[in-house]
Design a protein around this ligand. Structure first.
Ligand SMILES: C[S@@+](CC[C@H](N)C(=O)[O-])C[C@H]1O[C@@H](n2cnc3c(N)ncnc32)[C@H](O)[C@@H]1O
Length: 312
């Protein structure tokens, strides 16, 4: 499996050593990361490693360099330059938040919600970052048109890159807007059936892994002392964007589910306020529906029916 002139190195032993190094460095999934970095160096799928016995010295040296970076707690996705999210794969690196698997629960909700708004649901992704939610919704819902809103200059560059590199079928349904999601003058003209947002929500002072605190941008992470400094004011902006009967889902810190429910209730513009847990059972996002006066439509039309409830 290696170049004929190059000395070969036993892959199993190399993987064991790499795994031990990553484990000692405190990496949460050392074996998986070692395999993914090896697969990256060999330019094969991780599953193909089963049929590789040896690598050449050049590949070993390159792998050692990547393992050293990972042991220094650089995110795996920055080293590889890609992050998987739902049905898509995004370019990521310094300056943009790495999409997380737990946000796929919000993606799943948004795709299901789009089915209620046929044909051609209008979707807005507030705080779009790399474009993970916006592009994954567009890839999953073939008739959805999606607007991705992001304000940070570095994240904006990654968003444009990912929107540009997607398929033609997705690209023609994506609109990007560089704007502050808290500024109604900048985004108040948008109209949506579905709003999704994974905003900055970590309370200041929270304890975070080095991969997060040293590499995800602070503007993507922190939501003030209580984690609500973006979410709370954003809810009023969302109320102005959503069509009657439309719905929004906002991801939040696992300590702020009640606060997000309360913020939706306080707005008076929403009903069906529901707290959702992620696959690990942690409170992860809250959904709510814009009230409508149409009794045949999804909402109740009564804000006193807008009590929050919890859904696993
Ligand atoms: C947690 S990241 C989420 C990125 C992406 N939605 C995801 O799930 O991977 C939050 C993003 O919100 C952006 N952001 C923070 N405050 C913002 C604001 N006021 N207006 C627009 N974008 C903002 C940050 O730059 C960052 O890209």
């Amino acid at each position: 499996m290696t170049g004929s002139d190059s000395p070969t190195v036993d892959l199993r032993a190399t993987l064991r050593a790499a795994t031990d190094l990553l484990r000692a460095a405190g990496v949460a999934s050392p074996r998986v990361d070692a395999e993914l970095l090896t697969a990256h160096v060999l330019d094969v799928d991780r599953g193909r490693l089963l049929v590789v016995d040896a690598i050449d010295a050049g590949q070993r040296d390159r792998l050692e360099g990547l393992i050293t970076r990972r042991a220094a707690r650089e995110p795996l996705q920055h080293i590889i330059g890609r992050a998987a999210f739902g049905p898509i794969d995004l370019a990521v690196g310094p300056g943009v938040f790495v999409p997380r698997p737990e946000t796929e629960a919000l993606l799943e909700w948004a795709v299901g919600e789009c089915a209620r708004h046929v044909p051609a649901p209008a979707v807005v992704d507030l705080c779009a970052g790399s474009g993970a939610l916006a592009l994954a919704v567009a890839a999953s819902v073939p008739d959805a048109s999606v607007t991705a809103v992001e304000n940070d200059p570095a994240a904006w560059t990654w968003l444009l890159r990912n929107a540009g590199e997607t398929t033609d079928a997705v690209r023609r349904r994506i609109t990007t807007r560089r704007a502050d999601v808290l500024d109604p003058d900048a985004i108040g003209d948008l109209r949506a059936d579905v709003v999704v947002s994974n905003p900055p929500y970590v309370p200041l002072g929270a304890s975070l892994d080095p991969e997060v605190v040293d590499h995800d941008p602070a503007v993507a992470l922190f939501g003030g002392d209580d984690g609500m400094s973006v979410i709370a004011p954003m809810i009023d902006v969302i109320a102005g964007i959503l069509r009657a009967g439309g719905a929004c889902g906002i991801e939040h810190d696992d300590s702020t589910s009640d606060a997000v429910v309360a913020a939706f209730e306080a707005s008076g513009a929403f009903t069906d306020i529901t707290a959702h847990a992620d696959l690990a059972g942690r409170p992860r996002f809250v959904t709510a529906r814009r009230v409508t006066d149409d009794p045949g439509s999804a909402g109740t039309g009564a804000t006193d029916g807008a009590r929050g409830h919890v859904q696993g």
